[in-house]
Design a protein. Structure first.
Length: 319
């Protein structure tokens, strides 16, 4: 069972522990694979499970009433009725058609008050692995396990347009900063670009056939729609590569970095510092200077694979 967290704006009298206590927004019996926020309504988000796409309105989140998880944990074997029982706060998210009469919600959740957030759209779309919201417009992309790409609109139950790319799993989808193009990367290493989000999308144009020989995991734009970085697992250990999409295919590789012995899984680009950050399957993190096209730092950060990296707004810190 997967859980999605959010940090609340704390009251003035909150302690340090309360300020950073996570709250659960949504819980489902199926794994949550990806999510994105609406650029026009930051308190509306879309998330995908193995069976559905949900759009959730959390605009009443701050004023909401909380319910508590009554499941026992190995660390605290106290009975459910004991007040000293270790509890996890989270918000029950209802679908509009659900009744709220039962005192027990699925998963051992005791309902104490009404819901403060709701699933207002539920699409039956299986195996969406990647989601990406448009930077300015109320649209988002969904990449599936079978290689399809769908364009959806927030607050609209239908699918705006579908694109059939390949039969390989979509591992990464990103819009350019301007939002007029987006790129699609699949597991087998095929990278395609698509233009036209304001009127109608063109069919994807394949620009790279084999980014990495064993698997391709992620890509990012490097301040231009024609300059990208990819990461994955290559037989020659060139697991991070820089590409110039305007060059002929045989000469489009600008630079190869031989790093992350078991492969790289994630990329993030800091435009302010012009540095690229990559995470590896063995928990290592590499930082590259794009101007010098060189590796400037390597950190043994974790013992397991790095699955996500995020920058703060000023791009001075990463998590």
């Amino acid at each position: 069972r997967e859980v999605l967290y959010n940090y609340l704006k704390p009251p003035l009298e909150a302690t340090a522990a309360e300020m950073y206590k996570p709250k659960v927004l949504f819980r489902d019996e199926d794994p949550i694979y990806s999510f994105c926020y609406s650029p026009l309504k930051p308190l509306v988000l879309a998330l995908s499970t193995s069976k559905h796409i949900y759009e959730i309105d959390i605009s009443r989140f701050d004023s909401g009433q909380w319910v508590e998880d009554i499941d026992s944990s190995p660390e605290d074997p106290s009975p459910v009725g004991n007040k000293s029982h270790r509890l996890e706060d989270f918000l029950v998210v209802y679908q509009p058609s659900e009744k709220r009469e039962s005192p027990l919600i699925s998963g051992g959740v005791h309902e104490q008050t009404g819901a403060t957030s709701s699933v207002h759209i539920k699409r039956s779309q299986h195996n969406v692995r990647r989601m990406e919201a448009h930077p300015d417009l109320p649209y988002y992309l969904c990449g599936t396990q079978d290689g399809a790409v769908h364009l959806c609109q927030f607050d609209n139950e239908g699918i705006v347009q579908s694109l059939c790319k390949s039969h390989a799993t979509i591992t990464s989808i990103h819009f350019t900063d301007q939002g007029n193009k987006f790129g699609i990367l699949d597991k087998e290493g095929s990278f395609s670009s698509c233009q036209g989000i304001y009127t109608s999308m063109s069919q994807p144009q394949k620009l790279i056939s084999n980014c990495h020989s064993r698997s391709s995991e992620d890509f990012c734009y490097l301040s231009s729609s024609s300059f990208i970085a990819t990461c994955g697992h290559s037989g020659d250990s060139a697991n991070v590569r820089l590409w110039d999409l305007l060059m002929p295919p045989k000469r489009s590789i600008v630079k190869q970095f031989f790093c992350h012995p078991e492969g790289s899984t994630i990329l993030v680009y800091s435009q302010r510092h012009q540095q690229l950050i990559s995470g590896g399957r063995k928990g290592d993190i590499c930082i590259f200077d794009i101007r010098q096209q060189s590796l400037i730092q390597r950190i043994e950060a974790h013992t397991d694979a790095v699955r996500a990296i995020a920058l703060n707004n000023s791009e001075d810190f990463y998590v």
